[in-house]
Design a protein around this ligand. Sequence first.
Ligand code: ACO
Length: 309
Amino acid sequence: MRAGVLGIGRYLPDTVVTNLDLEKKMDTTDEWIRTRTGIEERRIAGDDVNTSDMAYEAALKALEDANVQPEELDMILVATVTPDKPFPSVSSMLQERLGAKKVAAMDLSAACAGFMYGMVTAKQFIENGAYNKVLIIGVEKLSKITNWDDRNTAVLFGDGAGAMVMGPVSGDRGVLSFELGTDGSGGKELYQGPDGIVMNGREVFKFAVRQMGESSINVIEKAGLTKDDVDYLIPHQANIRIMESARQRLDLPDEKMSKTVQKYGNTSSGSIPISIVEDLENGKIKDDDVLVMVGFGGGLSWGAVVLRW
Ligand code: ACO
């Protein structure tokens, strides 16, 4: 028996902020943002919507998609670096708001690799038989820690949430392999300072290109598969150029990679589940497809999962 996906959902704020909107606020251009990052627009949550609100909305959709009641959950995991407050955790807030039983709930901090850490944590509890149904949410309100005076970073990020219910699945489906890693010596390249996000873009770029490629290859091998077996790549949506390098490393054609960065920017831990929902809706992910998901981010940390859908 393997752990697999029972249902998935997402929430994106309604407010769209385009590159042209940013041109009016700071010294940047639509052309620079598009060519350097692939981003065209992003969603920004209003003052009345906090991280837990987005998490809640995405969770409801995932539970409905999985046909699972909140009382059936055994665990709630929330990957976020932008919780409403340091404590209580967003996962504790959700336990009450969803009406779950008094089950295990914790927040995970692994930046843009957070959703991969969440899925792999859930997998352990499910496959050792301890838990049957685990809710995992990747959610960020990055707009509240964005330094709007720093054009190097302000143009990159967006707000949003993706949620997944995982549990035991039958047959060949489920998580086939994973890799998680951290290199704390790179912590100085990407962190939250007093004025918001601070990033050494070039260093993060180099790390991301190297690590996304390596981790993707590693998990394919660990699953006993080859590149030819991969149906679809879902990379963390940070920058189209980084994503393209991972796709080329796997020798995949353009249409076999998820691309939502142009619409939502970098939503950190939200980006992979948000993209999966989009690709299910537009028919790019189909039953039994072998998916490679790979994330990287502050830590510096990374995570990759191979999953048969
Ligand atoms: N508009 C216009 N010009 C800009 C902007 C902007 N928004 N931002 C920077 N520039 C300028 C710089 O000042 C620089 O000017 P200079 O040469 O006169 O000094 C010039 O553009 C070029 O800057 P580069 O650093 O060479 O640009 P690069 O091609 O590296 O792209 C980028 C920058 C997009 C940030 C890239 O390095 C990148 O994507 N890095 C990885 C970022 C990432 O993936 N972060 C993940 C975060 S994950 C998490 O955990 C939250």
